[in-house]
Design a protein around this ligand. Structure first.
Ligand SMILES: Nc1nc2c(ncn2[C@@H]2O[C@H](COP(=O)(O)OP(=O)(O)OP(=O)(O)O)[C@@H](O)[C@H]2O)c(=O)[nH]1
Ligand SMILES: [Mg+2]
Length: 392
């Protein structure tokens, strides 16, 4: 039965996202890994998508992505690109069929970097972008150079750069909003989809400010907010953001003694007061704007110390999501994570119904950070962040 067209006023809160590219590029695999709790090895069992699979993906409670996973076999591609005739993907004429590119707010075009069928790949990319430009010129255009794991490490950056330069030219007059080198086998997929999805959260800065303030109260090094179901990174605050947030050093000292946001002025832990700043953790690198994100293939991993890894949060996404799924397979549930090390304490715990919060803190002069107090702070911050998330 044909679907009824989306009502215009719904498109703003249910952004339509097209996932396109040739057959076997890996579209359904990435959708399943990010949005459907599928482990990467299990994607080998996926069938080729027949025509279009529609998925409504709820994110942070109120944002619903209308995700169109468009099967990429040649016959289907030709049908989508025939934007005027109303010819359905199986060749039948169907005047009421909603055109694929109507009201699209983003196109995620996936290219298999190992594909040998280059001329056809290029032609379909160009025609797809041209059709998008004709029907929904305001849409954002993302390009994913996918299956990067199949390319030798030393060739990845150069391959990505040359591919992107070529695609940018082919896309004209449309601009490529962002491009990513991705693989379902590592965190690069999380970097890409965090940027794609978070672009639909117009007030995300409020969350970043909230995280910086929270980090200041806990004297944390880093605070990261993850979406609960997908484990995509929503926002983060690192040392610089936290140091730059509102209060004075004296307020910070006072708050450090507190075990919860609710009792920030209390004197429950006086041993935490006499704190010297011990430089045990190299200052983490400032993260790049995710929308201008570089591929992980070209991330400066060879020269930078491991703790300055620009993709460290997405690595957490990938590891924890896989662990969560393994817990599920073993009929148990992931609830929280705590790592204590002489140099750092890391607590990952549920914040709101739709988020997890990661707090990384370092020991004070007395040599201890109380993970319990970090956990109490996370729970105390829940109402504040519930409200902030509603505004996003
Ligand atoms: N090595 C590698 N294989 C991948 C990756 N992503 C997906 N695959 C594999 O690629 C194959 C095809 O993936 P699909 O997701 O079905 O491809 P698709 O683009 O949805 O294809 P259609 O539905 O026909 O359009 C599967 O066997 C996946 O396991 C990746 O990042 N690296
Ligand atoms: Mg598919």
């Amino acid at each position: 039965m044909p679907r009824s067209p989306l009502r215009p006023h719904l498109t703003s809160i249910r952004p339509k996202v097209l996932l396109m590219g040739r057959s076997y590029a890996g579209k359904s695999s990435m959708r399943s890994v990010i949005f459907a709790n599928c482990l990467a090895p299990d994607t080998a069992r996926l069938n080729a998508t027949y025509r279009i699979e529609h998925r409504e993906v709820r994110f942070l409670g109120q944002l619903v992505l209308d995700l169109w996973d468009c099967g990429g076999q040649d016959g289907f591609m030709e049908a989508y690109l025939n934007t005027d005739s109303g010819v359905a993907a199986d060749g039948r004429v169907d005047a009421s069929r909603q055109r694929v590119f109507d009201n699209a707010q983003a196109l995620v075009y996936v290219l298999d970097v190992e594909s040998r069928d280059d001329p056809k790949d290029v032609a379909y990319f160009q025609r797809t972008v041209a059709a998008l430009h004709r029907v929904s010129p305001q849409a954002r255009l993302y390009v994913l150079a996918h299956k990067m794991d199949l390319v030798p490490q030393e060739r990845r950056a150069a391959l990505f750069r040359s591919l992107l330069a070529r695609l940018r030219q082919l896309a004209q007059p449309m601009a490529v909003t962002a491009a990513f080198a991705t693989s379902i086998w590592d965190e690069s997929l999380y970097s890409a989809w965090s940027a794609i999805v978070c672009a639909f959260l117009p007030h995300r800065e409020a969350l970043q400010t909230g995280l910086a303030q929270f980090g200041e109260v806990c004297e944390a090094e880093e605070v990261v907010l993850f979406e609960r179901a997908t484990f995509l990174v929503i926002a983060s605050a690192t040392t610089e953001d936290i140091a730059g947030s509102a209060s004075s050093p004296s307020t910070r000292r006072q708050r450090r003694a507190s075990s919860s946001l609710d009792s920030a002025d209390s004197d429950e832990h006086p041993e935490n007061d006499a704190v010297g700043m011990r430089s045990w953790w190299r200052r983490p690198a400032k993260r790049a704007d995710p929308l201008a994100s570089q591929p992980s293939a070209s991330a400066p991993t060879a020269m930078a110390p491991p703790l300055a890894d620009l993709n460290r949060f997405e690595k957490v996404s990938n590891i924890v999501k896989q662990f969560k799924l393994c817990c599920f397979k073993a009929s148990t549930h992931f609830r929280s994570l705590e790592i204590s090390h002489p140099d750092m304490v890391l607590v990952l715990d549920g914040l709101t119904d739709s988020t997890y919060l990661l707090v990384v803190a370092r020991p004070d002069a007395a040599g201890a950070v109380n993970p319990g107090s970090l956990r109490v702070n996370i729970h105390a911050a829940q109402p504040h962040f519930t409200q902030l998330l509603r505004m996003c």
